[in-house]
Design a protein. Sequence first.
Length: 204
Amino acid sequence: MNTEVLFENKDNRLIVSLNKNADYDKIRDKIRSVLESSADVFNNVEGPVIIRGRRLSDYEEDEIFKMFSRSTDLEIIIEKPKRLGVATIETIFSKDTTITNSKVFTGTVRSGQRIEFEGTIILLGDVNAGSEVVAEQNIIVLGNIRGHVHAGAKGNRGAFIAANSINPTQLRIADLILKKEDKVDVGNGFELARINMGEISIES
């Protein structure tokens, strides 16, 4: 899905698919534009309106809900995609996970910003294009990665990078680099980047 938002009428339901890799501001503006300019968006829709495809913060969810509720009396359902959780990562990748020395950062890392830590970084937000996150151990993002991320910054090839979606400007683990053009779509759910057979691979 290349556009920010896709509106589809399926079985008399309106399915609104949000692009998980798009900036939220663009998603919000696109929804507002469609609702204000298209009088027939709810034609032949008996309900409900189902909004899916992207993890939203409480604020974003409330904002989108209000935009739709001002335009229709139909039931509005906002589906919550599978969230990436530290407990899940520890369970599945326990042999590779070292988070005893970790720090939690809250909020999106925006263009021009940089955060770094000598242990594992746990970020509750997105890594936007133009921003940078550097950790000596692992990087766990409860959101989407679109900027520059570097795990194992002092040479730890056992470090990993995990996020709901990994589409970085540049991704590094220790001394290895995965360039953006090498990234392939590995499906839905959280994604994990780590070194395998001397190369960085991304799994889902």
